[in-house]
Write a protein that binds this ligand. Structure first.
Ligand code: SF4
Length: 357
């Protein structure tokens, strides 16, 4: 069966019916930034952290992951031996996750350690590939998300340890400010492995890789000031992958899931300006029609849109063919066993820190 002449409605119908046929053997998680049609038919939707937790709790044999590649990678790390993870579009990567790899992270930590003459712990944002997470696992570091980064950074700093935070500079910078770390102790690490001038390197507490999300870095101070002027009654909420100055000019910041929950819980008639990915902002506006929801600026993720009803239907179809013995799984995700072991350590460390009383 080919989906060549299928309309979106027909593709949707096929996936819904296949889900009924496969029952609990199939699960479809979808990230919040994925198109609305896919989110509607998904088994669970959320940000990268929520999806990681949902996947780790799922016993489905086949997981068709509608998100970018690092998320499907992460699902594989958390999956059981008998679970197959399929990523419908392997070309859907993440430019931020690609701004560093294990080898470069290791060189950065060694270089900083030599300059500061002490051990530096690597801490990696969830938006990264398995090799980066694995590096943190084998060096006693952890993974963090935008909602728990503050708690995890504090955990290490309270023990007198200094951190190499990667790949997102802005998230690290915003967390450092939240914690109240003096700016002289927050050091940018250039992609050519240079350390920012004018900082106190010997005492440095957070060394931040110069990576960024192109979608959130798109927002600047003028965008906030303009929306503030045009919508004086609006509350402005932005994602912490935005620049520190943008966060400071806004009323609040929060992870994708926190933004969703904040709008869901807000009063009828309230006005919101949201600084995050456009597909998500549009869906919030369509979902909570009793509120006025506006984007801070149009900034869609070019990779998230690569996940479509068509390539998802093709992945689901390959599961049906595989079970029937007439075909193989399409775009199954594989991660090296050693990377899985160490990446799991870093993820477990995150859970232990977050759940500690
Ligand atoms: S929104 Fe940014 S961090 Fe998320 S997948 Fe797109 S580029 Fe990567």
């Amino acid at each position: 069966m080919s989906f060549e002449n299928y309309t979106d409605e027909m593709l949707k119908q096929y996936i819904i019916e296949a889900k009924k046929r496969l029952g609990s053997r199939l699960a479809i998680p979808a990230h919040h930034y994925i198109n609305k049609d896919l989110v509607e038919i998904a088994d669970f939707a959320g940000d990268s952290y929520k999806l990681a937790v949902d996947v780790s709790r799922s016993s489905a044999e086949f997981i068709v992951f509608c998100g970018v590649r690092f998320m499907a990678d992460g699902a594989k790390v958390l999956a059981g031996e008998n679970q197959h993870i399929l990523h419908p579009e392997p070309a859907a990567g993440c430019p931020m996750a690609e701004m560093i790899d294990e080898e470069t992270a290791e060189k950065a930590v060694e270089m900083i350690g030599k300059v500061c003459d002490r051990e530096i712990i690597p801490l990696v944002y969830m938006n990264s590939y398995a090799d980066s997470k694995s590096f943190c696992g084998r060096k006693g570091g952890a993974v963090c998300t935008s909602s728990n980064a503050e708690k995890i950074v504090r955990y290490y700093l309270d023990r007198g340890q200094s951190l190499f935070f990667f790949p997102d500079y802005h998230l690290g910078h915003n967390v450092a400010q939240q914690i109240g770390i003096d700016d002289s102790l927050v050091v940018k690490v250039g992609r050519n492995l240079t350390l920012e001038d004018g900082k106190n390197l010997k005492e440095g507490k957070m060394f931040l890789w110069d990576g960024f999300c192109p979608i959130h870095q798109e927002f600047d101070d003028e965008d906030v000031l303009l929306m503030r002027k045009n919508y004086p009654d609006a509350k402005i909420i932005v994602h912490p992958e935005s620049r520190k100055s943008v966060v400071n000019l806004s009323d609040m910041s929060g992870s994708t899931q926190q933004i969703y929950n904040r709008i869901a819980e807000s009063a009828e008639g309230s006005v919101w300006v949201i600084g995050t990915e456009t597909t998500f902002v549009k869906r919030i506006a369509d979902t909570f029609t009793d509120k006025k929801v506006l984007p801070l600026k149009t900034s869609p993720c070019k990779n998230m849109v690569k996940l479509t009803l068509r390539n998802t239907a093709e992945s689901v179809k390959s599961v049906e063919d595989y079970i029937a013995g007439t075909g193989s799984l399409k775009n199954e995700v594989f991660v090296d066993k050693n990377l899985v072991e160490n990446a799991k350590l870093a993820l477990q460390k995150m859970i232990d820190i977050v759940e500690a009383p």
